[in-house]
Design a protein around this ligand. Sequence first.
Ligand code: PLP
Length: 396
Amino acid sequence: MTCSKDYIERAENAVLHTYNRYQIVLEKGKGVRLYDLEGKEYLDFGAGIAVFALGYGNEEYNQALKDQIDKLIHTSNLFYNVPMIHAAEKILKASGMSRVFFTNSGTEAIEGAIKTARKYAWMKDNSTDHEIIAMKHSFHGRSLGALSVTGNSHYQEPFKPLIGGIRFAEYNNLESVKEQVTDKTCAIILETVQGEGGIYPADKEFLQGVRKLCDEKGILLILDEIQCGMGRTGSMFAFQSYGVEPDIMTAAKALGCGVPVGAFMLNEKTAARSLVPGDHGTTYGGNPFACAAVSKVFDLFEELEIVKHVREITPYFEEKLDMLVDKYEFLTQRRGKGLMQGLEVTGRPVGEIIQKAMDNGLILMSAGTNVLRFVPPLVITEEDIDEMADKLEKSF
Ligand SMILES: *Cc1c(COP(=O)(O)O)cnc(C)c1O
């Protein structure tokens, strides 16, 4: 039998080395657990980067995909297909938005959101010099448009020039956002909870202030819910707990629970005056296979009362993490919302802790430079949380 070590060597000889991967070849999953080629078990508090909300091997989900494969996998957007319509209606009902465009990834959803904002502004004054305000320490994806609004110079530097007219403000600092507003500003883009940047939830006053600013100045608010959406924070979408509605929002990651799919959604006002035929497209977007997954994900969220479960289990999870912060000096802060939590680590390399955790059969991820990130499947139980904490303590 070929072992992990051989496969890893072959991967490094074939796949472009753009990731420093953990030296593990994953083979299968069940519930909240993953297994590598040698059969070692891992408790998964990463969920494939906040993707596998329902856990692995949900039979109803798997069956829905199998059934769709046997019917029709792809049609192109020159035709209608039924799963797309179901998925669209469900995502609009869950988000309160008016129109959706399906993409194949998060970054592609961001591209669509940026184009929508620019087109909306162009419809107003026929000029093309519009600006977008984005946040420092944000993450919106790797394609050139998404990278341009990603507030991380390390990711940006080698790829300049990026798209023009992007200004950066401080997250959770309304004054700093106001300072970047000009008469050319067409949109403000931010994550409702910053993920990759280190797990920073937006303050309520900040988000409400940004919304008010947008209303006063005729600016569109784009909320990126790619990581924090889909029930993760205890609301179907994180903005729903802020009393604020976006004009444009993006989703991906847990939207298909493993099938590559994303979406951007517009409210009525934005949909009425932005993209029209010829403005935007994608060959795979809205494909019946991906949309069968999306549609089933929304059904299962309802059936299993996922959002309610997240709300109910969050206090237990937070308490457990707070206990660790109290106990260990190098854990300096817990931040987060629902099942999207971070522990800030001071004076110790986060990577080493994560490596130790893997050795102990616990998958964790980092965020920012010094944060342990917890984004488990949304179906975790109190016992899973206890086990996680035990394995983590062992790794300290
Ligand atoms: C992951 C992520 C993206 C990019 O999504 P991809 O599917 O990797 O392209 C964009 N925004 C946020 C907030 C993300 O977490």
